[in-house]
Design a protein around this ligand. Structure first.
Ligand code: LMR
Ligand code: MN
Length: 669
């Protein structure tokens, strides 16, 4: 189960130790300074008459300086740590980046002891400079946990970090060049399956190893001997797919470079391969070795610039004439992965497109290219790619789930259910994730295959992809207590409920005024949750930020302004919701367990069959002037079969178990 916030705190110590390292250097420098000052003082003392007060002044000075540095360093570590946590957990919105930057500006940092502010700000800026963090809003932040601050596309929302790695910081306007615009199609004359096998070949660093001939043992029986000899012959004859004839003369040097890398000696490996390149500029593997060394080094140093160099080096490997295909593939796949890591989604996509042009039947490459398109919201391109993969390999689980996801979100539930079902059923790598079980169940439910849907949800829960068969949110903090319906007291929201209920008529009248004057202000629900009817919303706050609509309902917004856990709930919204008779909302689940949802009844019809809400197994209805609280991470469903409209105010509040730190650092949804 994904738990971003908790992950974000893990690995915290890494940055602290990085901080300490910088501090050590600074302290060392300071110590040197002290020593030389002390020496100077002693020298002066030797040539001057000794005064009893000078010792005291010196001690006082030392104590003061030590104290200053002590306090400043403590504050500095605090902020650096805080900064790390912010970076690690901020994966969603650019507004978050802005608030993050402003909080972290030490001159605005409220808890900071004033006289040391300037000193600490200097230290932090030095650290910023050294680490490359927080230079500009657009810059990607390279942190050991690989969590750059990022804005995500609706698709990537569904992707966990483990699977996809980081995403772009900027809005993905940059349209990739001609290559990605023209995704490769399967060449009909090429045999399907040929590259499928290739794609399954291990391409880890180990595979660069030369075949181990010693391992072929002689055997007794004549016939078997012959077969073995044949095999041996084959092993001998089969060339290492990563090695070209230019590499052969320096195989031993290449191997010793690889060994250095295996031992984690990235810097030494880098120098080793650089030397090799000088004497053997046309060896693809020497350059590949350099790229690998730079990749390892960038991770050791947490350095963006080294990573950039590494990306360049992978690009250079494939430029070398005679570079073997296998090496090209590994170089470009790693290059694209590193570019994605740095948030350079367009470049990454371009890299994959270049590779796919060269290997148009390689399903591994094509599957990655498809994800690249999905990450920049080019779903129709991704669709083409996955269709191509399925022409080559009709049972490819990865392509089946991804195509199923696209098709289902286009509204073709029957086809979506079929593809997702086959994909998930394949158990192939990349198919066992909550998002696919989530959409498979939904597609099954919407096509009246309710029993199968329930089975999928139960299986998802068994696998730990969902918290339970009913609670299927995908952005969760694991430790939070949960139940479908909550009392105001349990929700820690008694005060808010009292205020809302006291002012319900004012809230209703403001809503009715907006509804009457300009009906167009209420927008159609956008997430495709509605089965039949008419359901519109008017949003006042979203992701913890006030919308411009507040100007139209100022008193309601002023009231909400006094509710920090509601207006600041970055994983929720505050909105009016109007539902017309004849509306049915599909059973659905909110994205996160970090919020609770309050419904304040404003206009509740009593005629006809009425309106009601199901959450998990319980049914409730609304009352005018009364608040109902439920956890929308549980499956819920709504029917409006009254004779007139139903109007409520939806107010999301932070779950009572969410800590202040989490409120600040969880990514917005
Ligand atoms: C929901 O929160 O999904 C619905 O209950 C909203 C509504 O207007 O009933
Ligand atoms: Mn809902």
């Amino acid at each position: 189960m994904e738990s971003r916030c908790e992950n974000s705190v893990l690995g915290h110590g890494d940055l602290r130790s990085r901080g300490s390292k910088h501090n050590m250097t600074e302290q060392d420098a300071l110590l040197d300074e002290f020593e030389s000052n002390g020496k100077a003082a002693k020298d002066t003392q030797a040539s001057m008459p000794v005064k009893s007060t000078s010792n005291f002044t010196l001690i006082l000075l030392i104590v003061m300086v030590a104290l200053t540095w002590g306090i400043a360093a403590t504050a500095y570590f605090g902020i650096v740590d805080y900064k790390a946590v912010m970076v690690r957990s901020s994966t969603i919105s650019s507004s978050e980046v802005t608030s993050c930057l402003s909080i972290l500006n030490p001159l605005q940092y409220q808890g900071f002891f004033h006289p040391f502010r300037l000193l600490a700000s200097m230290l932090i800026y030095i650290d910023d400079f050294l680490t490359g963090l927080f230079k500009t809003q657009d810059k990607l932040y390279y942190i050991d946990k690989r969590r750059p601050i990022a804005r995500v596309s609706p698709y990537t929302r569904y992707l966990s970090w483990k699977e996809m790695g980081p995403v772009e910081t900027r809005s993905s306007k940059a349209v990739p060049d001609s290559d990605p615009e023209n995704p490769p199609q399967a060449k009909e004359n090429e045999k399907p399956g040929l590259n499928k096998e290739k794609a399954k070949e291990p391409i880890s660093h180990d595979s660069v190893k030369e075949p181990d001939k010693k391992k072929v043992e002689p055997i007794e029986k004549e016939t078997e001997k012959k077969t073995q000899e044949n095999k041996k012959e084959k092993v001998k004859k089969k060339p290492n797919p990563f090695t070209s004839k230019e590499d052969k003369p320096i195989l031993n040097e290449l191997k010793s470079g690889d060994k250095l890398l295996k031992k984690g000696k990235a810097k030494e490996a880098e120098l080793h391969f650089r030397k090799l390149i000088k004497s053997n500029p046309s060896s693809p593997r020497a350059r590949f070795g350099l790229a690998e060394a730079l990749n390892a080094l960038s991770q050791q140093l947490k350095s963006n610039s080294v990573l950039q160099e590494c990306i360049k080096a992978y690009g250079e490997v494939v430029q070398i004439p005679g570079c073997p295909q296998a090496l090209k593939k590994q170089s470009l796949l790693t290059k694209s992965d590193r570019e994605t890591f740095l948030g350079q989604l367009s470049s990454s996509l371009k890299t994959l497109a270049v590779l796919a042009r060269e290997m148009p039947n390689d399903v591994e490459v094509l599957n990655k290219l498809g994800v690249g398109y999905l990450m920049i919201n080019k779903n129709s391109k991704a669709k083409q790619i996955y269709e191509t993969v399925l022409q080559i390999d009709p049972d490819n689980g990865f392509a089946l789930t991804h195509l199923g996801f696209i098709v289902k979100n286009e509204g073709d539930w029957v086809k979506g259910a079929d593809l997702l079902g086959r994909g998930v059923g394949s158990l192939a790598e990349g198919t066992q994730s909550g998002k696919f079980y989530f959409h498979l169940g939904d597609a099954l439910h919407r096509t009246n295959r309710t029993k199968e849907a329930e089975e999928v949800y139960a299986r998802g829960a068994e696998k730990g992809l969902f918290r339970s068969k009913y609670q299927r949110s995908l952005y969760n903090v694991d430790r939070l207590q949960s139940r479908p319906f909550w009392t105001p007291k349990e929700a820690g929201a008694s005060e808010y409920v009292r205020k809302l209920e006291q002012n319900w008529k004012m809230i209703r009248d403001e809503a009715l005024k907006v509804m009457d004057v300009e009906k167009g202000l209420f927008l159609e629900e956008e997430e495709g949750l509605k089965n039949t009817g008419n359901w519109r919303q008017f949003t006042l706050f979203a992701k913890g930020e006030k919308t411009a609509e507040c100007n139209r309902v100022p008193k309601t917004c002023a009231l909400i302004d006094k509710m920090p856990n509601a207006k600041g709930c970055r994983r929720g919204q505050i909105k009016y919701s109007v539902m017309m008779p004849g509306t049915h909302v599909w059973p659905h689940t909110g994205p996160t367990n970090c919020r609770l949802r309050m419904h304040l009844g404003l206009v509740i019809p009593k005629t006809g069959d009425g309106a009601r809400l199901r959450c998990a197994d319980e049914y409730r209805t609304w009352e005018e002037g009364k608040v109902l609280i439920f956890d929308d991470s549980y499956e819920h469903e709504v029917w409006q079969n009254a004779e007139s409209f139903r109007l409520i105010l939806i107010v999301d509040v932070w779950h009572p178990d969410i800590t202040d730190h989490e409120k600040r650092t969880l990514s917005a949804i």
